[in-house]
Design a protein around this ligand. Structure first.
Ligand code: F6P
Length: 464
């Protein structure tokens, strides 16, 4: 294989450039060309196929900086529809015309689903990324636990749900322990929690901080490092009575409460709190944007104004309970050391998988106490359920203690290997040196897109 294509698909994460850099570095050593495909799958649906050569003469272009967040080749939520066979054939023929013999997609579970039909047309490998940490399996047999039920309202007429869990959960069995982007997103969110705490303390308020993660609670779990009082995760339906009791107990004691909620938390009936306005992104994912507000409304009703008036700590519950979303800051900016280091290894592994003749494979990050973190290859077919679908990984319920509303002992055991040394000295030094640099005041921001644009080539000229 002499030329490989690479693209970044779905929502960005801070470690995408690090993964690309890892892939390009390995390709340079192996004398393989890497072609970056602009804006994810969007590029392949475009007859002009905008692309950029990332390693002319087997040297990476200077714009490829592994410490920079985002992705220099752009991303989009365009996805591959397995039923559109003609489109898939077109994509394959365009790649062929570019001389691309294998494709690396950096993405999550949606991207891996999209790769399945493409893998019948050319060798493809996925290098994982997602701040949600939901690409992986709690144990290798997990896909067999999905059952399909008829549902006329669902896409394709079916809904997939879990049969009761069938295996003993053991951290050593996790497939893909953590995905690049997750550690940085936790780093940002945990800092956000710390910062909101002091204002909640000063003003005797109850803060509800919403973090991303879709239906997976890993991100919320990780914010435990910022020491919120309560963490709510999607995997455990909300127990409002217990929550209100705990909030009141804490407020009585310390005059402030900090609650973190994952955007995908569900009520007692299993309904998304955050999806009160139903919208979906182009890949069909429900946009979850209202969990913290919905939770606030419930707490305002259940705790009531009188409670705060009696304490002389505010005129109303509305005034005392406030929400903040960490939002897209948790997905942006410089990746911390853990993400950079392992993202690069996963990118390099993806190149090796292709060169070793694998198709429809995934480079994964494994952990056990003896070997520590290490990368491996995994057959993507093993991620699929009986009907061929790949599901987002939910955080295993055992990682969370619903009584304490915090990570369980096992949850702590899960987090520690990732985060204990996750921040490099250079991460702190970088901030010290760059944030208040005098040049920031006078000089306009120089976007990477401006430079990469000059390098973009096309498969065919623009129609006159
Ligand atoms: O999958 C990553 C993620 O950041 C989710 O946590 C979040 O729900 C979603 O993407 C937000 O997507 P967008 O930026 O397209 O609104």
């Amino acid at each position: 294989m002499k030329r490989i294509g690479i693209l970044t698909a779905g929502g960005d994460t801070p470690a995408l450039n690090a993964t690309i850099h890892g892939a390009v570095t390995r390709a340079n050593q192996l004398k393989v060309e890497i072609i970056g495909l602009i804006k994810g799958f969007n590029c392949l649906f475009n007859p002009r196929v905008p692309h950029v050569h990332l390693n002319p003469l087997y040297q990476d272009i200077p714009e490829l900086d592994p410490t920079k967040g985002g992705t220099l080749i752009g991303s989009s939520r365009d996805f591959v529809d397995p039923d559109k066979k003609d489109d898939l054939d077109l994509v394959a023929s365009r790649l062929k015309r570019l001389g691309i013999e294998g494709l690396i997609c950096i993405g999550g579970d949606g991207t891996l689903n999209g790769l399945q039909p493409l893998a019948e047309r050319l060798p493809v490998v996925l290098a994982p990324k997602t701040i949600d940490n939901d690409l992986g399996l709690n144990y290798p047999s997990e896909p067999n636990e999905f059952v399909r039920v008829n549902d006329t309202t669902a896409k394709g007429g079916f809904r997939y749900k879990r049969a009761p869990l069938n295996a003993v959960f053991d951290l050593n069995q996790l497939v893909n322990y953590a995905t690049p982007g997750y550690a940085t997103a936790v780093f940002v969110s945990a800092q956000g929690v710390e910062r909101i705490r002091t204002t909640a303390e000063s003003h005797r308020r109850i803060a509800i901080i919403e973090v991303m993660g879709r239906h997976s609670g890993y991100l919320a779990l990780g914010t435990a490092y910022g020491r919120p009082d309560i963490i709510l995760v999607p995997e455990h339906p909300l127990d409002l009575e217990h929550l209100v009791e705990k909030v009141k107990h804490l407020y009585d004691l310390q005059k402030n409460v900090v609650i973190v909620c994952g955007e995908g938390i569900v009520d007692e009936q299993g309904r998304d709190l955050g999806a009160e306005m139903k919208t979906t992104d182009p890949a069909g994912n429900v946009a979850l944007t209202g969990a913290s507000e919905a939770l606030r409304t419930r707490l305002v009703q259940l705790i009531g104004d009188k409670y705060f008036q009696l304490y002389r700590r505010g005129d109303s519950a509305r005034e005392a309970i406030f929400t903040r979303k960490v939002g897209h800051t948790q997905r942006g900016g410089r990746p911390i050391l853990f993400d950079r280091f392992y993202a690069a290894q996963l990118g390099a592994q993806a190149v090796e998988l292709l060169l070793d003749g694998h198709n429809n494979a995934v480079s994964i990050l494994q952990y056990n106490a003896t070997k520590g973190f290490h990368v491996e290859g995994f057959d993507a077919n093993r991620f699929r359920d009986r009907w061929g679908l790949i599901h987002a990984r939910k955080m295993h319920a055992d990682l969370y203690d619903p009584r304490l509303m915090k990570p369980s002992k096992m949850g702590i055991d899960y987090l520690m290997p990732i985060f204990t040394d996750a921040i490099g000295e250079d991460d702190a030094e970088h901030m010290r040196r760059t944030l208040f640099a005098a040049g920031n005041l006078g000089q306009p921001y120089h976007s990477i897109n401006t430079d990469v644009h000059k390098r973009i080539r096309y498969l065919q000229a623009e129609a006159a």
